[in-house]
Design a binder for this molecule. Structure first.
Ligand code: ADP
Ligand code: ADP
Length: 226
């Protein structure tokens, strides 16, 4: 029961120009329900490009992106945006929280934008914050939180609208090793508790070893490792 399927994904930047870069060359990936896959790749290999395509932030030059069995390439932009906001959650190396809003508000706002009533959105935000151990920081702005706490809040925001797939680009890459380990545990608990599927790019082989499966992005294709 694949929740995300990428087939024959091609991506070329600056086609025909002297600085042409053929980043993806037939990348394939199938993510089934509840599966957590690590994507390991050196910098510049194209993992951000692949995550942007899987996350409907960018379109491939060729190939097929299916989410929940639906071929999203054929859909109008408005429908793609709706899928991005509803079915997908994003986490980056830096938290990208809104600085003027509290942790709680940062998790509530995407739910309000999706039509959830305020009271219900706040209850869900508090439950999420509690599940990653930062409930007592709910009313602090991001600048008042530690790096690890900021990332935990960012995970909660990614989960706010109950996505089916989490896409994460070096989610703990900005943290010291010990914090990274604990914050990663919190992320994995959150993912497991919600039965979410996740594609997580990381340089950290110890973290990759704790996921269900590992793939390497190599010469523009995804290759199973182990
Ligand atoms: P990674 O996330 O693995 O570091 P990226 O997907 O960011 O890799 O980039 C892969 C390659 O594509 C790099 O050589 C990068 O410079 C190039 N690239 C990425 N985005 C663009 C863009 N918008 N325009 C031109 N080249 C790009
Ligand atoms: P990351 O640190 O996640 O690998 P990058 O530094 O590769 O991210 O890219 C950050 C953003 O900059 C991406 O959205 C990508 O589209 C853009 N980008 C990356 N490389 C280039 C490039 N050579 N030319 C233009 N845009 C680029």
């Amino acid at each position: 029961d694949p929740v995300l399927r990428l087939t024959g994904i091609e991506k070329v930047y600056n086609p025909g120009a002297p600085n042409e870069v053929h980043v993806l060359r037939g990348a394939d990936l199938t993510l089934v329900r509840g599966e957590v896959v690590a994507m390991v790749a050196p910098s510049g290999a194209g993992k951000s490009t692949l995550l942007h395509i899987a996350g409907l932030l960018d379109k491939p030059d060729a190939g097929r992106v299916e989410i929940g069995g639906e071929d999203v390439g054929a859909l109008p932009d408005r429908r793609r945006t709706a899928i991005r906001r509803g079915a997908l959650g994003f986490v980056y190396q830096f938290h990208h929280l809104l600085p003027e809003f509290s942790a709680l508000e940062n998790i509530t706002l995407p739910q309000l934008a999706n039509g959830t009533p305020r009271r219900q959105a706040e209850e869900r935000a508090m439950a999420l914050l509690g599940s990653v151990g930062v409930a007592e920081r709910a009313h602090h702005r991001p600048a008042a939180l530690s790096g690890g706490e900021q990332q935990r809040v960012a995970f909660c925001r990614a989960m706010a609208n109950s996505p089916r797939v989490l896409l994460a680009d070096e989610p703990t890459g900005n943290l010291d090793p010990e914090t990274s380990d604990r914050v990663f545990d919190a992320l994995m608990r959150l993912v497991r508790d919600t039965g979410l599927s996740a594609l997580i790019a990381t340089h950290n082989l110890e973290l990759a070893a704790r996921m269900d499966r590992r793939v390497r992005l190599e010469s523009g294709r995804l290759v199973a490792i182990d």
